[in-house]
Write a protein that binds this ligand. Structure first.
Ligand code: DX5
Ligand code: ZN
Length: 240
């Protein structure tokens, strides 16, 4: 796990710990276990697992059975990697138990996709995983208002969900800043993740706007050297 350097101040307040989260949507699915081992060895902090149902979003990806075999294939690593499951499915609740059983550490979902947001968050928490709400570009942050005590991660989508390889929507930066203000005002330990079109060139602007967790699919898996790409992202973050 990457630990950001301490500041020079007398109080030794630690700088925010940044997490780089490769999205396996852009990996070679025929070699998924090896791809995940390779990005972990290359310095990834967590693994972002995109679940699409061809109903909530117009694309179909992978489900809990794939996660279960992936987690088994990683069992010989010194420690279990953190798996960040991003559910782009509707309804949500039916699948929560399956992903908990399969080894999810975070389960995030879109508020529009759940009839009962408080119930879905509670199901995830009661199952022992961390929770998260995901905000599409046009979804207001007000969904956090009455449930923030149950939220461990806020995920701001910087593209419309459904596909990898899309361009970052610039308005996402001000939304990140708004989410950062809400999180800081809550006093809770909540991660702020950004997802969609993140690359070496724009990761620092997302961090400046308040993000601490960066999903990158095509930028990492589409590169010829995962380690070099992750290191360059890290360097941009260290320069802040
Ligand atoms: C989009 C997914 C993203 C996607 C990111 O619906 O949630 O996680 O895989 O891919 P890139 O980094 O290529 O935009
Ligand atoms: Zn995602």
């Amino acid at each position: 796990m990457y630990n950001a350097p301490m500041t020079n101040s007398n109080t030794s307040v630690a700088k925010k710990e940044y997490w780089i989260a490769p999205s396996i949507l852009a990996a070679d699915f025929s070699r998924l276990g090896d791809e995940v081992k390779n990005v972990l060895a290359a310095g990834a902090d967590i693994i972002h697992f995109d679940v699409m149902d061809n109903h909530y979003v117009p694309n179909l990806s992978i489900g809990p059975m794939v996660l279960e075999s992936l987690v088994k294939s990683l069992a010989n690593l010194p420690e279990k990697p953190i798996i960040d499951v991003h559910l782009m499915v509707k309804p949500v609740d039916r699948l929560i138990g399956d992903f908990l059983k399969a080894g999810a550490d975070y389960i995030t979902f879109h508020p529009e996709a759940s009839e009962h947001i408080h119930r879905s968050l509670s199901l995830i928490k009661e199952g022992g995983a961390k929770t998260g709400l995901v905000f599409n570009p046009a979804t207001p942050l007000e969904h956090l208002d009455h449930v923030i005590d149950l939220v461990d991660m806020v995920l701001i989508m910087s593209v419309n969900p459904g596909f990898g390889g899309q361009s970052f929507i610039p308005g996402s930066l001000s939304k990140l800043a708004d989410a950062r203000a809400i999180i800081d005002a809550s006093g809770r330990d909540i991660r702020l993740e950004i997802d969609g079109g993140i690359k070496i060139e724009n990761i620092a602007s997302a961090a400046k706007a308040g993000a601490d967790t960066f999903v990158a699919g095509s930028a990492i898996f589409g590169s010829s050297d995962y380690r070099d790409t992750i290191q360059q992202m890290r360097t941009r973050l260290e320069e802040l």
